[in-house]
Write a new protein. Sequence first.
Length: 106
Amino acid sequence: MIVVSDTSPITNLATVNQLTLLHQLYGTIIIPQAVYEEMASLGYAVPGTIEIMTLSWIETRPVTQQNQVNQLLNKLDRGESEGIILALELGADILILDERKGRKVA
């Protein structure tokens, strides 16, 4: 199963020490490069940052169709935009987004 996640589901679950739920439910979780960069740029104060850097079951992947991402940037942030396009590129079974606007666009 291919599962792509945005930032907030990871940080929210890490905040309550339940990030492993994603692994238990789905095995490997893929995050777009923008999500990784967003979390890493904010430092270790952001819950889940250390985990995305160290856990083997969280993989970071780049988006190849940046022009598609750019078309979504007028509606969504970069992490959500890359998440949607990466999910399409990979033929993901599940895209985990918590914001209503992002889910509507997806």
